[in-house]
Design a binder for this molecule. Sequence first.
Ligand code: NAD
Length: 260
Amino acid sequence: MLRGKTAIVTGSTSGIGLGIAQALAQQGANVLLNGLGERRQVDALVAQLSADYGVKVAYSPADMSVAAEVSTLVAQCAHQWGSVDILVNNAGIQHTAPLEEFPDEKWEQILAINLSAAFYGTKAALPHMRHRGWGRIVNIASAHGLVASPTKAAYVAAKHGLVGLTKVVALETARSPITCNAICPGWVLTPLVQKQIDDAATRDGISDDDAKTKLLAEKQPSIEFATPEQIGTAVAFLCSPAADQIRGAAISIDGGWTAQ
Ligand code: NAD
């Protein structure tokens, strides 16, 4: 379905981003991976993806907290493969603390990576998409793009901002074959969430399993994690012709979290 298309997935060296990269590669897209990680492991990931799906796979260590590096990432894709057809703004970090204790530098970093990077990436990618007359932008927001929780001021602000940015881009591209949508996952068991589980287990003196159940029970009525594969499949669907008229949507994959 996506053979010959090129996709950038930011933050795709682990977790949800990796699930998305795999789903797009499975559909035949060439994928530019990005994210932090040990070079040897990343090289193995590049080789594995390429071998598994018979597509071109490359990697950029661009730091999504730095505007110029986001633009460079997009330029690399255009230079290397001649187009930027799909941009998935997925890189994200978390930090939890009550607002009065929230470190300023964490606020700045979360806003930069979880929100501003999507602005800079979209700004750089749109001209390439318009030139080729097709494009898909998918922003990985969160249930926290739609509702809030305490201790997550920066994350909730950034993710609500990302849902807003998604709508603006969708409107500005509405008369073209370029679409922009957001996916709002609930809990997905990735390193980002495992850290919150570890913190809760230590804080409450409970086991890893009990901390997982408690985390899910608080928010996610299904009491099951969503998976990176499910998020990846949803992104691939948004890149399909069936999704041509899905524009500016915030699609929840959250086990019922935001239905409450
Ligand atoms: P993760 O920690 O497994 O992956 C995050 C990715 O972002 C990694 O590849 C990491 O290297 C990369 N990254 C971090 N800082 C970066 C930087 N400065 N520059 C480039 N890359 C950077 O986390 P995840 O859970 O897979 O999160 C992926 C996205 O999904 C995030 O935007 C997150 O907010 C969102 N999300 C996650 C959940 C969840 O439950 N896991 C729920 C809702 C939304």
